[in-house]
Design a protein around this ligand. Structure first.
Ligand code: NAP
Length: 285
């Protein structure tokens, strides 16, 4: 049985959406390469589920990503399903985010994603089939105030996904972008920890902006119960097992409201909608 198994790769499989996706793919008969930094978490997964191959990689380090990609290229069995899921967010107006933090985020959320796709494509082309699933976000289509750096990387994920979908269609390789709204995983905690005390370090000019937008964001989330990562993992599986997957799947709170407005309004009208939504309309400092 093992010899016939197809191989799937899930980056960021140590928690949240990636972990749930790895479990589901293994249950559906894939040998799953589960990649992340935290080996203890990956080993737990190995103990719980059959069909997981753990692989440690720090995708913020280009040399580590390269070594990981060499491991992928050297394997005799190609990866036929690639779930590019590893990612994180940092918050803050552009002036409050260091270039070092911006580059690190782009390294993980964008450059490593592109490099891993490059490493997997020769095998998929040989098979003349395969599925690449890229985790975007609702922030891949519009930006909240204070999330420009994260959104910029996700916009880029959408851009490369759109091009790849065209380039790879003649080989029978499908490319899907997933746009979750807020989901209950470690994502929020990680963003809070990496961002640190924004109010303590920002210029006084920005304080009313953070306060106003933060209060409106708080109202938006009040009473919302965030779905768990299973919602998105099920969506990913639906795409992988579809004969004709959609280009994009969205789910989760806020996704219909905001993506609907983004689709229906022109750029200026959407800007006004966002100013209103975050209490910034008419705010002068
Ligand atoms: N949760 C949400 O609200 C939400 C909404 C929209 C989109 N998304 C997207 O969904 C994806 C998964 O997020 P999640 O919600 O499941 O968050 P999560 O629970 O924090 O999982 C993130 C995963 O990425 C891995 N990762 C982070 N930095 C890494 C690095 N330097 N090298 C290798 N792996 C790294 C983490 O593993 P290690 O820490 O072990 O390395 C972890 O397995 C992300 O791309 C995120 O942008 C999430």
């Amino acid at each position: 049985m093992g010899a016939q198994k197809q191989t799937a790769l899930v980056t960021g499989a140590s928690s949240g959406i990636g972990r749930e996706t790895a479990i589901r793919l293994a249950a559906r008969g894939f040998q799953v390469i589960a990649a992340a930094r935290r080996m203890d978490r990956l080993n737990e997964l190995v103990d719980q589920v059959e069909g997981i191959t753990p692989k440690q990689v720090d995708l913020s380090q280009p040399a580590d990503t390269e070594a990981f990609c060499s491991f992928l290229s050297d394997r005799s069995k190609p990866v036929s399903v690639l779930i590019n899921n590893a990612g994180y967010s940092i918050r803050g107006a552009l002036e409050d985010v260091s270039m070092e933090a911006i580059k690190r985020l782009f390294e993980v959320n964008l450059f490593a994603l592109m490099r891993v796709i490059q490493a997997c494509l020769p095998g998929m082309r040989k098979l003349r089939k395969g599925t690449v699933v890229n985790l975007s976000s609702i922030a891949g289509k519009f930006s909240f105030p204070g999330s420009g750096v994260y959104a910029a990387a996700k916009y880029a994920v959408e851009g490369i996904s759109d091009a790849l979908r065209l380039e790879l269609s003649p080989f029978g390789i499908r490319v899907v972008a997933i746009r979750p709204g807020p989901i209950a995983t470690e994502f929020n905690e990680v963003a809070t920890e990496l961002t640190g005390d924004l109010m303590a370090r920002t210029d006084p000019d920005y304080k009313p902006i953070y306060q106003t937008a933060g209060a409106e964001m708080g109202k938006m989330f009040a009473g919302l119960s965030l779905p768990g990562p299973e919602l998105i993992a099920d969506l990913i599986l639906k795409a992988v097992f579809s004969d004709d997957p959609k280009a994009v799947y969205s789910a989760g709170p806020l996704s219909e409201d905001f993506l609907g407005k983004r689709g229906n309004l022109d750029d200026d009208a959407f800007h006004s909608f966002m100013l209103e939504k975050f209490g910034l309309m008419g705010l002068q400092i």
